[in-house]
Ligand binder design. Structure first.
Ligand SMILES: [Zn+2]
Length: 558
């Protein structure tokens, strides 16, 4: 390809709309342009990377025995009403009517369509197992699309669905996909972790998320250095340390006292003011749920995890109460809530158990209680694991040190069981002629997200540094003096011979200053640069540079 003929509209300035580095660099490198909120056009470089990622996915899916199909993006409401998700999915589902006033949606996922298809086409155990996949455009009407293609509304996704006769087969299919996903992300040149995850709205029995490690990642993940424990932060169990407060257990209950804490609302402010440690405080948080208002207690140095609290309470709605509700329930503004004399249920994290003579809000403006004790001063309705893991927590499996990192979710695999096959009566006849439900799994990879995650993990202050396998081009030839015939002839010769050797190569034949070419070269991140300048060429040399470390790997003689 010739740079002069390609549409690569690079930008010098930081685009104002971008919040994360991958978004900034995709815009600056001229890979994407925004059409509407969360909806992007892929320009030549963006599409080239997309196709490379898709090719890797396709090869590994085929190798794992999956077959490619292409299902419609537009889906009739009828199927979604059958699964109950027409209501359940909410506003993320983009709905519209055709000319006959029939309801349709733009598919955010394809469980309904594929299960309906299989229920009609599969009759016998002889047709199973099956794994069908597609690479296709999906639409989810995110309330707040952001981070460019990372959280767009329209996006390209690979989704696969497996169909098996029994649990054993389903687990085998799941394992195959797990292995295929590992190979896919390895081949994309990414550092990633497969973590045990929540199943969320799709439902099912267990699942793994594939997370590309990047500081800018939206999700917190925990993993152990010593064993293979790796989970999403919302799922991380806390290792309960016995005897932590044994010494304190013997402590006598002191007399409860109200102390003045003018304007001191946060744990930090109160502990500093009262000259105590944050872990001597207990935070009281008021939440609204569909079953009423509750209070949740965590130790002062701990953070509540709302997903864990939600699971513990077994509720579907959980919102931190606003100032007005807090005042109604506690009689004081936020920041001074405490558990004493509350007329609502109180739940506490395990970490609060065994605490004595601690500090809480006094349910009164500018006041806290000291020497508060469970049992004497108030009762707890239940203890649970409802806080975030901390750096100094230990692995719940083996007790060794853990890592807390951030990641970008690029893939997700679920073992679905019979949830959808029951809804759509997707059954088969077993070898004895008995009718059974097909057991399903579903497996997704966000193609755009994988690209964004690759950039989050591979960039420097000058631009993108593509892993070779997904780079839009492998080699960039930079003739520095376009008016010089020797420079251009040499460049063209190298260009042609690389093409003859099946390399993906682009030549920057633009009549631009070397400085401009170098800047663009680093920004678009082609892994290998071949620099051909008049001065070097006079001595018969060309320069070969690796983008990743700027290292000059050699001067080739020509
Ligand atoms: Zn461990």
């Amino acid at each position: 390809m010739r740079y002069s003929k390609l549409l690569i509209p690079t930008l010098k300035e930081m685009p104002a709309e971008a919040e994360v580095i991958s978004h900034t660099l995709m815009l600056r490198a001229g890979m994407i342009r925004k059409l509407a909120a969360g909806i992007y056009s892929l320009l030549p470089l963006g599409l080239s990377v997309t196709k490379k990622v898709e090719d890797i996915i396709r090869e590994e899916m085929n190798r794992a025995g999956a077959q490619e199909v292409l299902l419609p993006a537009v889906q009739p409401a009828k199927l979604w009403k059958e699964s109950g998700r027409w209501e359940e999915y909410g506003k993320e589902l983009l709905r519209f009517k055709d000319r006959h006033e029939r309801d349709f949606c733009f598919g955010p996922t394809h469980e309904e369509v594929i299960t309906d298809l299989i229920s009609k086409e599969v009759r016998s155990y002889r047709q199973l197992p099956l794994n069908l996949y597609q690479i296709q455009t999906k639409f989810r009407d995110e309330i707040r699309p952001r981070f460019g293609v990372m959280r767009g509304r329209e996006f390209i996704m690979k989704d696969a669905y497996s169909f098996d006769c029994d649990e054993k087969g389903a687990e085998k299919s799941y394992k195959k996909m797990y292995d295929a996903y590992c190979r896919i992300f390895e081949r994309c040149g990414l550092k990633f972790k497969a973590v045990e995850a929540e199943t969320g709205v799709i439902g099912g029995s267990f699942s793994h998320e594939f997370m590309v490690l990047a500081d800018s990642g939206e999700e917190g993940i925990i993993f152990c250095n010593s064993c293979n424990y790796a989970v999403n932060i919302d799922r991380a169990e806390i290792r309960i340390e016995e005897k932590r407060d044994e010494g304190k257990n013997k402590e006598e209950m002191k007399e409860i006292k109200k102390v003045s804490t003018p304007g001191m609302k946060t744990v930090e402010e109160v502990s500093k003011y009262l000259k105590v440690r944050p872990q001597d405080l207990v935070k009281t948080l008021i939440f609204e749920t569909e079953n009423g208002i509750i209070a949740a207690l965590v130790r002062g140095d701990h953070q509540i995890n709302e997903t864990k609290l939600k699971n513990f309470l077994d509720c579907t709605i959980l919102v931190l109460a606003g100032d007005e509700t807090v005042r109604e329930v506690t009689g004081a503004p936020s920041g001074f809530a405490g558990p004493i004399d509350l007329n609502i249920s109180i739940f506490a994290d395990h970490g609060v158990k065994g605490m004595h003579n601690f500090i809480t809000g006094a349910n009164e403006t500018d006041a806290h209680n000291i020497n508060v004790n469970i049992g004497r001063d108030f009762e707890i309705n239940g203890y649970g694991d409802i806080r975030n893991v901390k750096e100094d927590d230990k692995c719940p499996r083996c007790g060794k040190d853990i890592n807390i990192r951030r990641g970008v979710e690029v893939g997700h695999i679920f073992k679905l069981g019979t949830k959808y096959s029951q809804m759509f009566r997707a059954t088969y006849l077993d070898s004895t002629g008995e009718e059974r439900f097909i057991i399903m799994g579903c497996y997704g990879i966000g193609v755009g997200r994988t690209i964004a995650a690759a950039i989050e993990q591979n960039h420097d202050e000058n631009g993108i540094i593509w892993p070779m396998s997904i780079a839009p081009f492998q080699v960039l030839i930079l003739p520095l003096n376009t008016n010089d015939t020797t420079v251009m002839e040499t460049s063209e010769n190298i260009y042609n011979s690389l093409i003859d050797n099946n390399m993906d190569v682009v030549i920057d034949d633009r009549d631009e200053r070397p400085g401009v070419k170098f800047k663009d070269a680093d920004l678009i991140g082609i892994p290998l640069q071949i620099i051909i300048g008049l001065r070097n060429l006079k001595e018969g040399n060309i320069e070969i540079k690796i983008r990743r470390n700027g290292e000059e790997i050699g001067r080739a003689h020509v």
